[in-house]
Design a protein around this ligand. Structure first.
Ligand code: ZN
Length: 504
């Protein structure tokens, strides 16, 4: 596998992680839409369950929901999406090609375009004489383009039947806020979490899973008392010591490189103003460590003032070091009281709750929001070890964190004659409820290589000796160590080695 975006994309297709949607009908398939194959689903589900356990089960004040993809247009009128959820589009007047203007400018001029307005983009296109990359034709005027997918619900089309495919999971948390709070009787501070699909009609989807039109989010809306924002902040002594690479607004404007800071410094220097914002950034850093993403490949980027939504006082991205540069995989925004206030206004339903002093308040909200497919993609880059083997052939080992691996173990009879014995071992391991493969085809070396390539942590070989000593050979993907283990102990050993590390 080549560690480039196209290399990873073809690896995913070939091995059964991710396929281009509708490829059967030609071209490159439906642009910006991807189908996950068996190994992809396994890896994705493992990321989701690790996330759910870290952010929901281990934070006793966070509870989950799973809302629908479709909802009434009013939800998105209140959130501002029907009006303002736009990117700037430019069209070539000669070939009619459409481009996302900020990306076009980034590509041609190699400058940052975060928060750039349509006016500024038009100026730049004229001033720098930027032309169509396809045909060198001239561009028409750059205009905002709304990214929402709209549809009709029911047989009769009317204003009432209009529905929107959600562009984020967040808004459904806000529109269900009172129902969740009433039924759970949660007191501030508390959070509501959700994992689910979202849809954006991206002008130019690109970089494989990084920017697609259908994708999955893992979001939390964390509500705090606006009159006591530091309320019940947990023990943060561990957090204060943690160091991260940070790229502040100031560094970006002065074109300086990112620098390592401890959370203690970030709070003291007021780089992060809100302590809950720091807490959730830290929680992600801790989780990334757990799932095997190295700290040195992560950077915290502060949003520029002109990039911030009008209601947000501060937003930080956690970026991963992709081959195409540091790019956002998590956004942590201070959304203030904007969303609940808007829903109160548009629905006419009171959204206040009682704080711990029995005063009515609209909670202040911190939003840690991540892209599941982007994290999936980061894990492929992070874990791929590629080299030439003894024979000069390409060899790949995916060093996934063991509990995340799509296949946890493979049972390999040395020869077909040992099928009965090997099947018994296989059946025994199946009882653990893990994804285990049984593979008889090709030489044992070839079978090890296939499992290394998809990141299977353990291979279990059944050989002639197994008949006498009732043992199998357990091979470790990372150390390559092989040891004899009693068949009766194999389940216990697997369980210990697969999960102990993550449960520390
Ligand atoms: Zn053109």
């Amino acid at each position: 596998m080549k560690k480039t975006i196209t290399g990873v994309q073809s690896f995913c297709k070939e091995k059964g992680f991710v396929f281009p949607n509708s490829i059967l009908y030609g071209g490159n398939g439906l642009a910006g839409v991807w189908d996950y194959g068996h190994l992809g689903v396994e890896l994705k589900n493992n990321i989701k369950s690790s996330w759910w356990s870290h952010f929901i089960y281990m934070n006793e004040n966070v509870i989950g929901i799973d809302a629908s993809i479709l909802s009434k247009k009013q939800v998105w009128d209140a959130s501002g999406h029907t009006q303002n959820f736009t990117d700037v589009l430019v069209k070539c007047e000669k070939c009619n090609g459409s481009f996302r203007a900020d990306h076009l400018i980034e590509d041609v001029l190699k400058i940052q375009t975060d928060g750039m307005s349509a006016e500024k983009i038009n100026e730049l296109i004229k001033e720098k004489k930027i032309t169509c990359p396809g045909c060198k034709g001239a561009f028409g005027e750059a205009k905002p383009f709304n990214l929402l997918f709209e549809t009709n619900v029911g047989p009769i089309e009317s204003d009432e039947s209009k529905a929107i495919l959600r562009p984020e999971t967040a808004q459904l948390i806000f529109s269900n806020f009172k129902l969740v709070q009433n039924s759970s009787r949660k007191k501030l501070p508390f959070g509501i979490a959700q994992i689910g699909k979202a849809y954006r009609n991206e002008i130019s989807p690109r970089n494989f899973l990084f920017r697609s039109r259908e994708f999955e989010q893992m979001e939390i809306e964390f509500f705090v008392d606006p009159k006591d924002e530091a309320c019940e902040l947990k023990d943060i002594s561990e957090m204060l010591k943690e160091k991260v690479l940070v790229w502040t607004e100031d560094m970006q404007k002065k074109e300086l490189e990112e620098k390592a800071y401890s959370f203690d410094e970030l709070i003291k220097k007021k780089i992060i103003k809100e302590r809950w914002l720091a807490y959730w950034i830290w929680q992600y850093i801790v989780w990334f460590k757990k799932i095997g993403i190295k700290n040195e490949n992560l950077r915290i980027r502060q949003h520029l003032t002109e990039e911030l939504s009008h209601y947000s006082s501060q937003t930080f991205d956690i970026e991963y070091r992709f081959p195409f540069g540091f790019k956002e995989i998590v956004g942590i925004a201070d959304r203030g009281q904007f969303d609940l206030t808007q829903h109160q206004k548009f629905s006419g339903q009171n959204q206040e709750i009682l704080n711990n002093k029995e005063e009515k308040v609209i909670p202040h909200c911190i939003e840690p929001s991540s892209g599941l497919d982007r994290i999936f993609l980061s894990l492929l880059f992070e874990n791929a070890d590629t080299f030439k083997d003894d024979k000069g052939a390409d060899y790949t080992i995916m060093h996934f964190e063991k509990s995340l691996s799509p296949v946890k173990a493979a049972v390999l009879p040395l020869v077909n004659k040992l099928k009965t014995e090997a099947k018994e071992v296989y059946t025994q391991i199946l009882d653990l409820g893990i994804n285990v493969q049984y593979d008889t085809s090709g030489s044992i070396g070839r079978r090890y290589a296939r499992q290394d390539e998809i990141g299977t942590p353990f291979c279990i070989t059944v050989d002639y000796e197994s008949r006498d000593d009732k043992c199998v050979t357990l091979r470790d993907r990372d150390t390559k160590k092989q040891e004899r283990i009693k068949i009766k102990d194999i389940c216990r050993v697997l369980k210990e080695r697969l999960y102990n590390k993550t449960h520390k």
